[in-house]
Design a binder for this molecule. Sequence first.
Ligand SMILES: *Cc1c(COP(=O)(O)O)cnc(C)c1O
Length: 365
Amino acid sequence: MSYLKHIRHDLQDMQAYTVQNATGMVKLDAMENPHHLPEHLQALLGERLGKVAINRYPGNRIDDLKQAIAQHAGLPTGQSLMLGNGSDELISLLSMACQLPGASVLAPEPGFVMYAMSAKLQGLNYIPVSLRDDFELDEPAMSEAIGKHQPAIVYLAYPNNPTANLWDADVIRRLIAQVSSYGGWVVMDEAYQPFSPNTWLHDIQRDPQANAQVLLMRTLSKFGLAGVRIGYMFGRTEVIAHLDKIRPPYNVSVLNAECALFALSHASVFEQQAVDICRERERVSQQLAAMKSVTVYPSQANMFLIRLHGDVDIATRVFEALRAKHILVKNVSKMHPVLHHCLRITVGTSSENDQFLSALKDVLA
Ligand SMILES: *Cc1c(COP(=O)(O)O)cnc(C)c1O
């Protein structure tokens, strides 16, 4: 086994992040925007990308993209932003930045798996705190764990993945105050902001002082550019300046930057797609609510969680049966105890959603 002698033992024991094979499937597993770029925009984008100086390292265009994002998202005064190769990279960079002896990262669970993965990879203690059965934050448990461990970073996904809900804002405010009191950071991860009725940006603008220790993380992935890999993070200028030192200098490629600039200059196309997705979300929810053996939970994102009524393996059986009908969803039933009997379904196009609904009806009949 000498060829693995210099490979970390914890890595060898770790599970890789799995990407399900989706060839030939109606893909409702990864919260992607189901809409394609309209054809005339495809042609325009191709032309633009063709002119990019791919022989050069990324330069000023990255600054143009930062400016365009600042404007698009509304960067608060006194704050700066940094870019990541998706927010996945920003999460890794944050773990690196906080890697002091004994440092820890805390997140509610079930949640986004990269928080735990990047913390563990970086050798930080990872502290999961279970959500309540109704998927709300368990405030006493969160507060106790925060007091005990004083984590460097607390991740709050707003809305959360995979539960698709926005947590109680007053609870979040109290947790931010507690974490701020010892100099910790709260990362508000707004990957689902395009579909959400609320954003923490409003709180930051209303009360910058109370949110001085908050980092606002977003991504263009769910907006419609999952393949392009652009994430961004807002925070106090002095802090972002330090965090940005960890970022590999050319982490955003010229093609990604040009593509994102193109998309932002056609933002209304994507915003219209988000409107359509939200409308579909309500339509599909209503249809699911009418099914006897299904409970559907409210969603403020482009996915929803359903709970199937039946024995312990019902979710896995339904997942497999849907897959056999070429509908790919996410089986989260074994991910965490509060998700027992649950599947997570991404909102697709209206035709994809109809295929899903009809397959589910067949499977449950
Ligand atoms: C999808 C997702 C992300 C990852 O986004 P990328 O920018 O594609 O890396 C981050 N956070 C949450 C909660 C997500 O669901």
